[in-house]
Design a protein around this ligand. Structure first.
Ligand SMILES: *Cc1c(COP(=O)(O)O)cnc(C)c1O
Length: 455
């Protein structure tokens, strides 16, 4: 028996009682969302047609801690929170690194990703405010299944627009959503004007998160008593995810260790913000020198090759303009398996932290992240989601760098989800059929030219 501590499991009473809101500690206030027609700051009121009132208030709040309602804490406990934090000693040995690698397990709930952390909160607030039906989009299907689970728990109807590439690649995700009682459509669909426009352009359009968002918003505003819920990017979503990092801080203390590197994958930024922001709080107060590393796909290089500026949050230009790192809202995201990372922009608070140098980002191809995922599976026994494998790859790269330098650093990454409904990605990798996509400079600059100019 090894005497090394392998995992930290928190008891029920250690479940966080509040969400942590990074807006309290950012080096400056977030640039406000702008009205595209006037490029003047937008008041939050129009958002009330879409989102739960409580979420709109959290969106603009600078209050440091926001109490978690008892009903939400009960659902968290029931579905597996607090989640364990593991040490990856077998992966460390395989890499022959002096570094210590830890990971937080957000894969251990019924839908297998971090997304129920916010889905449950949003469904609860909607129920309390009398919403009868929700419309939403999903890329890989993880957000759709998380919200389907949450709306089942709180008895709300749900319609999901699922990007066509995932709808075709991941039939079991759709079934999972339907088991929870949701109705699911491939996007672009002919149910909305936004969807019809894209089908006309290309009947076999693979879809994108940006298009699916446009469809869900149109469905919301054209139906009574229907509201909308977003699974990433927005401030309130990142705030809900802070339960991950708050637990991880206690668990790292239990290990008697403090992370030098905090690592995660970014689609919109929510799982990584969830892990990172409670640690970032210390860095922003000058109390920590930890390094923050965000990993994105080379196919959708928002923070590594995109531009930090105002852009639409959706493809059909129906949303306010948001200041973020973007590859442009017209960018055609290639059909990579990490469907959850196919979003043209990233969360505004995270983009500010990257822009100001508090956080850095790296980009990887499909083949290298799946190789990292296979190494994790063969050492630690856990089959992670293709999205998550970006974080695994970044953690491995840092561990190998520590080996070259002979440094005994501590690395913590977020295991944002399992890959058991994403086995097609592993099948394609093992069959040597995985294509690496990377936009050429021309495709990128074309997409950036379509971004409105705001001075
Ligand atoms: C959705 C998803 C992501 C990407 O979304 P973020 O908001 O950046 O966290 C990453 N990993 C998994 C498993 C996901 O389901």
């Amino acid at each position: 028996m090894s005497r090394t501590q392998l995992k930290a499991v928190l008891s029920q009473d250690k479940l966080p009682s509040d969400y942590y809101n990074i807006q309290h500690d950012l080096p400056e206030p977030l640039p406000p969302p702008l009205d595209p027609s006037t490029t003047k700051p937008m008041a939050p009121e129009p958002l009330l047609r879409l989102f739960a009132k409580e979420c709109v208030m959290q969106e603009v709040s600078t209050q440091e801690f926001i109490p978690i309602p008892d009903e939400v804490r009960e659902a968290y406990l029931r579905l597996g929170r607090p989640t364990p934090l593991y040490r990856a000693t077998r992966l460390e040995q395989k890499l022959k690194t002096p570094a210590k690698i830890y990971f937080k397990r957000e894969d251990l709930n019924p839908t297998g990703s971090h997304k129920p952390n916010t889905a449950i909160a949003q469904a609860y607030y909607h129920k309390k405010e009398g919403t009868e039906r929700l419309a939403t989009e999903t890329g890989a299907g993880q957000w759709g299944s998380a919200l389907a689970l949450a709306t089942a728990l709180f008895d709300i109807d749900l319609t999901v627009y699922m990007t066509r590439s995932s709808y075709d690649q991941k039939p079991y995700r759709r079934t999972l959503m339907e088991v929870y009682g949701a109705e699911v459509y491939a996007s672009p669909s002919s149910r909305t004007n936004a969807g019809k426009k894209f089908i006309q352009q290309d009947p076999n359009h693979p879809g994108s998160l940006g298009i699916a968002i446009s469809e869900a918003i149109e469905d919301c505003v054209t139906h009574d008593n229907t509201k909308y819920a977003l699974g990433s990017v927005l401030n309130h979503v990142l705030t809900h995810q802070s339960v991950i990092g708050q637990e991880a801080k206690l668990q790292m203390e239990e290990f008697g260790d403090d992370p030098d590197y905090i690592v995660g994958c970014i689609g919109g930024g929510s799982n990584y913000a969830g892990l990172a922001y409670p640690f970032m709080r210390d860095k922003l107060r000058g109390k920590s020198g930890a390094e923050f590393v965000a990993a994105e796909p080379k196919a959708v290089p928002s923070t590594t090759r995109g531009s930090y500026r105002y852009d639409f949050a959706d493809a059909a230009e129906t949303t306010p303009l948001i200041k973020m790192h973007t590859v442009g809202h017209t960018y055609q995201c290639p059909p990579i398996h990490a469907g959850g990372l196919r979003y043209h922009g990233k969360a505004p608070s995270m983009c500010m932290l990257i822009d100001k140098g508090y956080m850095r980002s790296v980009a990887y191809s499909q083949n290298e992240i799946m190789e990292a995922g296979i190494l994790l599976a063969q050492t630690e026994g856990i089959v992670a989601a293709p999205e998550t494998n970006h974080a695994v790859k970044a953690a491995i790269d840092i561990a190998l760098e520590c080996k070259r330098k002979g440094e005994e650093k501590t690395i913590l990454f977020n295991l944002s989800g399992h890959g058991l409904l994403d086995l097609k990605a592993y099948e394609d990798k093992l069959a040597n059929k995985l294509v690496d996509y990377e936009p050429d400079d021309r495709a990128l600059s074309q997409a950036l030219e379509a971004v409105p100019v705001v001075r």
